[in-house]
Write a protein that binds this ligand. Structure first.
Ligand SMILES: C[S@@+](CC[C@H](N)C(=O)[O-])C[C@H]1O[C@@H](n2cnc3c(N)ncnc32)[C@H](O)[C@@H]1O
Length: 259
């Protein structure tokens, strides 16, 4: 058994495993930016493979995509050109001045501690023009209060890619002391390679806690809801309005720096 992050180390596999052929995430982010009249300069933090950054670029925005993973950045430059791609840690960055920061698919939840969240929001504040927007989409920590349907039971997923069959066994569990949702995923492939064990964790962030962090850093929350969004069921469609509840397993937030 070797350990690593099979998906972030293999961005092509990441896109095959989590396809977004209609570019819903990028289009949803663009819809938020338009709804609240954001200016053209966007920073996509935790940009991953660059799909969303490129979609925002195609919508006419000037985009910088930032990620910690060199493999993701190389893939983004190669496959999703248009934006500038740079290596940065979302917990402490200084990459210029932007009209908005977007942070999609739980990238924000790599801020595991309160200090990480403070670092992220202080960096956003430094990087945004007055009135600039923060748009984020992530798992909803509140979903796990009193529900264990996603927890503790291994889930198996199998798929084929380039003639190789992959199988992942994923277990999620709550670390109450660290306030983290921890994930263990074991990958096997029928190409003779060794199994790979991958561990990761997301902050279990509650909606009112997020609101408090944002207001403490000078943001006004414009929308905070569980959908519709790019990863909800049913998924967001053009013309859908932001919801008002925060019950379901995804959380969407739009906040403006200042009043
Ligand atoms: C689940 S992926 C989301 C990628 C992309 N936003 C999307 O929606 O497809 C999370 C990304 O966050 C990046 N990441 C993790 N920790 C980070 C950090 N501290 N700073 C910047 N990027 C980070 C990972 O390398 C990965 O590309």
């Amino acid at each position: 058994m070797t350990s690593g992050n099979l998906l972030t180390d293999n961005p092509v596999l990441y896109e095959a495993r989590f396809p977004d052929p209609e570019r819903l995430a990028g289009r949803w982010a663009e819809d938020c930016l338009r709804r609240y009249a954001a200016g053209p300069r966007v920073l996509d933090l935790g940009c991953g493979t660059g799909r969303d950054a490129a979609q925002l670029h195609a919508s006419g925005r000037t985009v910088v995509g930032a990620d910690l993973s060199e493999a993701m950045l190389a893939h983004a430059r190669n496959r999703h050109p248009g934006p500038e791609y740079v290596r940065a840690d979302l917990r402490d960055f200084s990459l210029g001045v932007f009209d908005s920061v977007v942070c999609l698919d739980s990238s924000l939840l790599y801020c595991h501690t309160n200090d990480d969240l403070d670092g992220f929001l202080a960096s956003c504040r430094r990087s945004l023009t007055p009135g600039g927007l923060l748009v984020a989409e992530m798992r909803n920590g509140a979903y796990f209060l009193g529900r264990d349907d996603l927890l503790n039971t291994p889930r198996v997923n199998a798929f084929a890619w380039r003639g190789i069959s992959y199988r992942s066994t994923t277990t999620l569990y709550v670390d109450r002391t660290a306030q983290l949702l921890r994930r263990t995923r074991v990958w096997t492939a029928d190409d003779g390679s060794e199994p790979v064990e991958q561990r990761s964790a997301w902050r279990l962030l509650l909606p009112q806690e997020l609101r408090h962090f944002l207001t403490s850093h000078g943001f006004t929350v414009l929308a905070l809801h569980d959908g519709p969004g790019p990863r909800t069921e049913p998924p967001w469609q053009e013309g859908d309005l932001p919801g008002t509840s925060t019950e379901a397993d995804r959380l969407h937030v739009v906040a403006r720096l200042g009043a």
